[in-house]
Design a protein around this ligand. Structure first.
Ligand SMILES: Nc1ncnc2c1ncn2[C@@H]1O[C@H](COP(=O)(O)OP(=O)(O)OP(=O)(O)O)[C@@H](O)[C@H]1O
Length: 320
């Protein structure tokens, strides 16, 4: 088994607010992260993801439990962790007044790079991001997405062995999102362990090795995407496009094969048991007069997994 970079050991966190109000942001969370893994942390807004990440980088001390980083409690290891972990917070305000090249070069220098190496890698990163023309602008003069790209640059500079990214692709256009995911993959191939919080579930699916699903501060599941998908509804999902105005007619015809959901005026989803598949395909293909324009079998996605696990947890809470 490969070395464990993180051991999250029964971690809870309680925020204390005004008038003695408390929020239990994390509740008894335990899991390990081996070296070389890309772990995605998913969960709705307010689930406790950022709180967990802050505990993992030593910015927040757990109210209960401990976070072991490379075998040692991170509480006494913040310097060592800082030298190995590059962290991209959701809103990195601290560097807003710096010029773009300064933000990157200073971060590289703080990670122990020589001046020449930091300057060279800054130039390379700006070229890769097609942002060389912003080199001398202050970060606060950039757009939200441009700022985020430079923030990601500050994580990449210096080749840290552990990268932690909180919603790295928020606000990014599709091209930059692709660039960021490619960079994450590349760094992982070079050996980096990567932990990322994201709401871009469909994109994350292409990149992560394992996923941790968190809600209401609890760890609901942690496993590979393939294993988590096995938990989802095992029925086949047929998506059918019908000609306009024939939805009701088709809905009635398909109902004998399984459960039909209306997605839009001319789009239906049929959930059918696997044993019904060949009869259903026969039905669709042998009758060209049917008002079906197109059909496909949709695989389960990480998004389905996410909703499945989250719904199960909600039902448990409400006693269903
Ligand atoms: N400093 C704080 N003081 C009090 N409560 C807080 C504080 N920070 C977060 N919380 C609360 O803790 C809970 C978890 O918040 P957290 O930021 O960890 O969620 P998240 O999963 O990262 O959410 P999002 O996806 O919206 O960023 C929420 O109920 C939030 O309101």
């Amino acid at each position: 088994m490969s070395r464990l970079i993180y051991e999250i050991d029964h971690v809870s966190h309680v925020y204390k607010g005004k008038k003695r109000s408390i929020v239990k942001a994390n509740d008894n969370i335990s899991f390990d992260i081996p070296a070389g893994e890309i772990l995605g942390i998913l969960g709705p807004n307010g689930a406790g993801k950022s709180t967990l990440i802050k505990q993992m980088v030593g910015l927040l001390k757990p109210t209960e439990g401990q976070v072991l980083f490379d075998g040692m409690n991170i509480a006494g290891q913040t310097k060592r962790a800082a030298s190995m972990v590059a962290y991209y917070a959701q809103e990195p305000h601290a560097i807003a007044a710096l010029k773009v090249h300064e933000a990157l070069e200073f971060t590289g220098r703080l990670r122990g790079m020589s001046r020449d190496d930091a300057t060279r890698q800054t130039k390379e990163l700006l070229e890769q991001f097609e942002m060389s023309k912003f080199r001398d602008k202050q970060l606060k003069q950039l757009s939200g997405g441009q700022k985020r790209m430079i923030g990601i640059g500050t994580v990449l500079i210096g080749h840290s062995p552990v990268l932690i990214l909180d919603e790295p692709t928020n606000e990014l256009d599709p091209r930059n999102r692709r660039l960021v995911w490619d960079m994450i993959n590349m760094r992982n191939r070079e050996g980096a362990t990567i932990i990322l919080v994201t709401h871009n579930v469909l994109e994350a699916e292409q990149v992560v090795h394992r996923v941790a699903v968190i809600n209401h501060g609890k760890l609901l599941a942690i496993d590979s995407v393939a294993k988590l998908k096995q938990q989802v509804d095992p029925r086949l999902k047929f998506e059918l496009f019908t000609s306009m105005g024939t939805r009701d007619e088709m809905e009635a015809m398909l109902a004998r094969f399984g459960s039909v959901q209306v997605l839009s005026e001319n789009r239906l989803l049929l959930l059918a048991e696997k044993r019904e598949a060949s009869e259903l395909l026969d039905f669709i293909t042998s009758r060209p007069e049917l008002p079906i324009l197109e059909y496909s079998i949709k695989p389960s996605s990480l998004e389905d997994v996410y909703f499945h696990i989250d719904n199960a947890a909600q039902n448990e809470v409400s006693g269903l």
